[in-house]
Design a protein around this ligand. Structure first.
Ligand code: MSP
Length: 608
């Protein structure tokens, strides 16, 4: 049955995508207009043809441990889920976006003890810090869950009872390694030798480097070992269930190894801070089982979850992949619930090549950085620089260089040039003249556009599909790279035709000047629309400056340069929006500039 459902699901997705990509790919050398039509059809299909239940989209972040304050890695998980949510909304989906805090378990119990606070007040304080960070960074979650909430306790108890009633939980003896830091049980092959700071021999988890301890306890076990082949079938039948591909392979590889039953409770005497096992107050539910169920709680489990649960997608860091791609699907299979549609995995942010940690003193504070580099600046940097497949090193200097180059100079410079009163005194969206920029082919030689201009149109026309493909697969850096490449091409177009030399009053020159500006503003409209999920505030500023109305900012409005098709352009002749200043202010380099006499540098000014 599962296999059948996944085939149907895959077919629907394939249908949806084949419409956009296959149609384009099938035409041998698609002309501007045939590629154009392909894109229009796809947008229309997304807008109307998808059954309502398939228009639901439910994206989650992992819920964050409250043992310490948020850092840049946490913000990265949240920004990744946030752009997916915003992107889906722009496409016309009903999207729901859940985040929150993971508040139970030994690690939190110990952190609260160390802080001399009762666990709940401790959790509340840190949970508020995450909430504050997310609100400050425009993380547009629709649901914020704390595992200490009553609704969650009910969901976990129900889930446990279902697993137990189906015979997947039994009482047994666990004897093995446990890492409190990771809240994880480990097999002997996952453990190695190390020395602590005082030179004492200790055992550590080979994966995380965290200390492990031997524990012997009577507790409840989950029959994980029974799920190996069903998990393999799921992954093999859904090659895009875990993305990127290398993590999909990693999970399949783990499934070839030892898969012992999993301990899913701890003795209450050791762990009080958690949800008691229903019917056995001497045991506390394992924090990962408790935490994973948060995704169902938000969806309305156990009463009203099915509508949203079928549309669930998770964003997770690579350190918690095993919990999400093995334990979680096994629990869900045991409970007869559908599996998540996608698990989007990302790698880690390091500092100076080392993992961020309090003890190394290299933790990057996301709130402070978003104040220094702006919220959109930080969002853009994380998504532009973060590569899901490999770890990325955080460096303030890199942030400044990247943002100054791509947002201040390239994009901001283009907007500034094309809206400057010296070139556009009437402050309107200028007219496009097809005699100046005729359709490619026989007419082209009569106009003033050159080959590179036609190449630029092709690139910008193709951009929405390229961006969509990379947004879908969470290769955001590739989408932003593609946008940035087009922005450079548009800057090249303006530079090539020196519109500031055309305003001499000659009628033909004026038509060409207007056409250059019209094409450039159309390009900017594309970039602004596509960038909304990444830098919402800045994209809004850009689109508002172009005079784009709120209802014209959706994905369906990604119709590029319709005048080139001989159709009416709703923007032509419309007043531009008010000039609210530089799109993205130039940032000072952190240390390199210190001590040097400062040369005042402004955002790129229009050449006139
Ligand atoms: N509480 C668990 C998740 C339970 S989900 C049912 C947890 N919490 S965490 O606070 O440690 O991590 C939350 C997210 O932040 C994870 O996706 C993790 O990968 C991510 N990051 C933590 N440190 C990170 C970096 N240095 N870089 C990037 N992301 C990392 O795990």
């Amino acid at each position: 049955m599962m296999k059948y459902l996944s085939i149907i699901r895959n077919c629907k997705v394939a249908q949806r995508w084949s419409f956009s990509h296959a149609t384009c790919a099938l035409s041998p050398s698609p002309s501007f207009s045939s590629k154009w039509n392909c894109k229009r059809l796809m947008v229309r299909r997304l807008g109307t043809d998808i059954p309502t239940e398939d228009r639901n989209y439910y994206i989650t972040t992992p819920i964050f441990y409250v043992n310490a304050s948020p850092h840049i890695g946490h913000l990265y998980s949240a920004v990744t889920a946030d752009y997916l949510h915003r992107y889906k909304l722009l496409q016309g989906f009903n999207s729901r976006f859940a985040t929150g805090t993971d508040e139970h378990g030994l690690k939190i119990q110990q952190a609260a003890d160390a802080a001399g606070q009762d666990p709940l007040s401790f959790c509340t304080k840190v949970s508020e810090r995450f909430k504050h960070l997310f609100k400050s960074c425009h993380i547009s979650y629709t649901d914020y869950i704390r595992t200490t909430e009553e609704r969650h306790r009910c969901a976990v108890e129900h889930f446990w009872t279902v697993l137990q009633s189906k015979g997947f939980i039994y009482k047994g003896n666990y004897e093995g390694w446990y890492s409190t830091q990771d809240e994880s049980f480990l097999t002997p092959s996952q453990v190695g030798d190390a020395k602590d700071s005082s030179g004492k021999e200790i055992k550590i988890s080979l994966e995380s480097g965290h200390k492990v301890e031997w524990m012997i306890e009577e507790n409840y076990m989950f029959r994980l070992s029974e799920f190996r082949s069903r998990l393999q079938e799921w992954l093999e039948g859904n090659p895009r269930a875990v993305q990127p591909e290398r993590f999909h392979h990693a999970v399949l590889q783990w499934l070839q190894e030892d898969l012992p039953d999993l301990s899913v409770s701890r003795q209450r005497s050791r762990l009080q801070w958690g949800i008691p096992v229903p019917g056995d107050l001497d045991q506390t539910i394992y924090v990962w089982l408790d935490a994973l169920v948060n995704y169902l709680t938000v969806a309305g489990y156990p009463d009203t979850h099915s509508q949203w649960w079928r549309a669930a997608h998770h964003v997770v860091g690579k350190d918690i992949l095993k919990f999400h791609a093995i334990y979680w699907p096994a629990f869900l299979l045991a409970a007869d619930l559908p599996l998540p549609q996608t698990i989007h995995v990302h790698s880690h942010w390091t500092v100076g090549g080392k993992k961020m940690s309090k003890s190394l003193g290299n933790v990057v504070d996301p709130l402070e950085r978003s104040q220094r580099f702006t919220i959109d600046g930080m969002r853009y940097f994380l998504l532009r620089q973060g590569v899901p497949d490999t770890d990325c090193d955080y460096d303030d200097d890199k942030v400044v260089k990247l943002l100054n180059a791509e947002l201040t100079d390239s994009l901001g410079g283009l907007l500034n040039r094309c809206t400057a009163p010296s070139l556009n005194p009437a402050q309107v969206y200028p007219h496009f003249c097809s005699d100046s920029f005729p359709s490619q082919g026989t007419e082209a030689h009569k106009g003033r556009a050159v080959d590179e201009d036609y190449h630029m149109l092709d690139a910008v026309r193709a951009l929405p599909a390229v961006v969509e493909q990379h947004y879908e697969s969470v290769h955001v850096y590739k989408a932003l790279e593609a946008i940035n490449r087009c922005v450079r091409q548009t800057n090249g177009f303006v530079q090539r035709h020196t519109p500031w030399k055309l305003g001499s009053g000659d009628g033909r020159d004026q038509l060409w000047l207007d056409t250059i500006l019209h094409v450039s503003l159309e390009c900017l409209r594309m970039y602004g629309t596509l960038l909304q999920p990444i830098v919402p505030e800045m994209a809004d500023k850009l689109l508002s400056r172009l005079g784009v109305k709120p209802e014209e900012k959706s994905w369906a409005a990604l119709d590029f340069l319709v005048k080139y098709q001989g159709k009416d352009c709703p923007f032509e002749g419309r007043a531009l929006g008010p000039d609210t200043g530089v799109l993205f202010n130039r940032l000072e380099r952190p240390n390199a500039e210190k001590g040097k006499p400062k040369k005042a540098k402004k955002a790129t000014k229009v050449k006139s």
